[in-house]
Write a protein that binds this ligand. Sequence first.
Ligand code: GLT
Ligand code: MN
Ligand code: MN
Length: 386
Amino acid sequence: MADSFAPTKQDRFSFGLWTVGNPGADPFGPRVRPRIEPVDIVKNLGKLGAWGVCLHDNDLIPIDATPAQAEQKMRDFETALKDNDMVVSMGTTNLFSHPVFRDGAFTTPDPAVRRYALQKICNGMDMCIGRFKTNLYVMWGGREGTDTDCGKDAVEAFKRYRDALNYVCHYAKDRKYDVRFAIEAKPNEPRADIYLATTGSVLGFIATLDYPEMVGVNPEVGHEVMAGLNFYHVVAQAIEAGKLYHCDLNNQKIGRFDQDLRFASEDIKGAFYLVKLLEEYGYKGPKHFDAHAYRTEDIEGVWDFAYGCMRSYKILQHKAKLFAKDKEIQALVRKDIAIPSPKFSKEGHAKILKEKFDIEKMAEKGYGYEKLDQLVFDLLLGVRGS
Ligand code: GLT
Ligand code: MN
Ligand code: MN
């Protein structure tokens, strides 16, 4: 039977090579399934209905590859993209795996490591933007942080962070790259504390850069939940600021390690409000699943996982439409959002001062959210609407 929630290219679903390519290793045990070659990832994702793949430089080119080996890998990858009608939706740099980055890349006190990090990111941009033609570049500061604050002055570290981001933007301008950068926050893991721990913190930092318009955010569900935050609110603020350039979709149980669970597998209601938000505000960027299959899975389970991410998104997209056309629900959704708040003027303020408020009366009325929330529950579980 045809799946009415099957993904299509128009959905712009994408996966990192490191996501479906995750072989299931964890700090307590080795990998449990073979590594899937990038060209096979492209082929299989294409068949499943995905639109794009994204990658770190070293997901495709091993850090010690010779120029000839690198060229061969890039050619094979380009052929696979073309043959399977797939695009590179985003590029990024691995500035966290090699031991040289053990105390960070952009923020380490070691100036030679900082220069190497700049060389590596600019080479990664040349490959992903210059050659694979993506116009999005993510920066996740995995090792930019501390395990103890005895060794680094955090104020200096933030200055170095800013210098590096400015360098990268100047480089992109110099190369005339049509690209936007998206900074991804995370509170901890692999470091005890990572600088720019939340998306809100990133938004504040962007305003201090040389080219703030080139830089936005890449919030990830799991990372904000790890920080105890409401992801729907995080994304809403990014949208309102015009800064939602990319979005990492996955799921996470509260208070755990970075789980990168299949989208919507854990917090169905949270995922619903996220999808509803992205759809209502016409988010046009890649819908990127930064997640991986459970360690219990073999390769077949990996493709079940990938398809599940996309299917769940589409089911929730359908539910968002039902929410919008459900009369009883809509009658309970507050309609006063269209009335704007006053802007200050001397005359307007004089009126506000004169206005008489019967606050006891105003406070009497409930908001009806208990009923509405239950209707949403019924809708999500299929008891209501279809
Ligand atoms: C890493 C991290 C992700 C980031 C990737 C981009 S790499 O897997 O856990 O959240 O999005 O560097
Ligand atoms: Mn994560
Ligand atoms: Mn991520």
